[in-house]
Design a protein around this ligand. Structure first.
Ligand SMILES: [Zn+2]
Length: 254
């Protein structure tokens, strides 16, 4: 059994001091590949350099809606060249999207930065990793209008109806630690309603640690709690979940 961890931020300062141990624990827990996701300029550069130095790491680059001020012409050009650089070129563009919960940046600014990055991803033929909070309908509308076909709605927390609309447009859902939270029955319902071939496993480390680690720094090895809960929801073994979601991720980020 090997697990494909499709969304972690080992490029975050919280992993600076013990990255090697975190990677060792990830491997010991059965993770065969990790996708380190960029969210601003510094983290995107670091994701690419980690992919170039760690054989099991792949990278993505992009500007998160809370970091819209990083979206300048110069940075855009640097991200495009990072996407094409090195032996481990970027596996995806993201995370990008809309965050209407924090609204660090004006929604109209967020939409502009989001759409411009979707256009670039399309030109580069890269799948996109979508961050979305309190804006599922708007986000899916934009993806549809842009003609995006390869998108994962990471850490999906929308409704069953929104999940089904996303799936009908060809998108995948990222499922992480939230499905283990007591108060997250809607998220479990959505994860159970979606066909397994549209689910990608993730942790979003260092954020959103699953139970029993909720509130602590999350790390990729905790993904086993997510696999176990998803196995329960789909009535399958954790091994089968790992195998199926590995295949999903390998073809999504090919
Ligand atoms: Zn993330």
């Amino acid at each position: 059994m090997a697990i494909y961890e499709t969304h972690c931020h080992l490029n975050h300062p919280q992993f600076e001091s013990d990255l090697d141990q975190v990677l060792q624990r990830a491997e010991a827990s059965g993770i065969g590949r990790l996708l380190v996701v960029g969210y601003d300029m510094a983290s995107s550069r670091r994701a690419i350099s980690m992919a170039n130095t760690h054989p099991n790491v792949v990278a993505s680059i992009g500007i998160h809606p809370e970091d819209c001020s990083d979206w300048t012409d110069d940075n855009r050009d640097e991200l495009i060249s990072l996407a094409n650089s090195g032996s481990s070129k970027s596996a995806a563009w993201g995370e990008i999207g809309l965050d209407f919960h924090w609204k660090t940046h004006d929604p109209e600014v967020q939409k502009k930065v989001f759409v411009q990055q979707l256009e670039i991803a399309k030109e580069l033929n890269l799948p996109v990793i979508i961050h979305c909070r309190d804006a599922y309908d708007e986000t899916i509308d934009i993806l549809e209008a842009c003609g995006t076909t390869r998108a994962v709605l990471h850490c999906f927390t929308g409704s069953v109806v929104q999940a089904q609309r996303a799936v009908s447009l060809g998108f995948s859902l990222g499922v992480g630690g939230v499905i283990t939270y007591k108060n997250a029955s809607d998220v479990r319902e959505a994860a159970a309603a979606v066909p397994l071939d549209r689910i990608l496993l993730e942790t979003d480390s260092p954020f959103l640690a699953p139970q029993p680690w909720r509130g602590k720094r999350n790390e990729p090895s905790y993904i086993t709690a997510v696999t176990a809960k998803l196995a329960e929801l789909h009535g399958l073994s954790p091994d089968k979940i790992a195998e199926a979601t590995w295949e999903n991720a390998a073809s999504f980020f090919n």
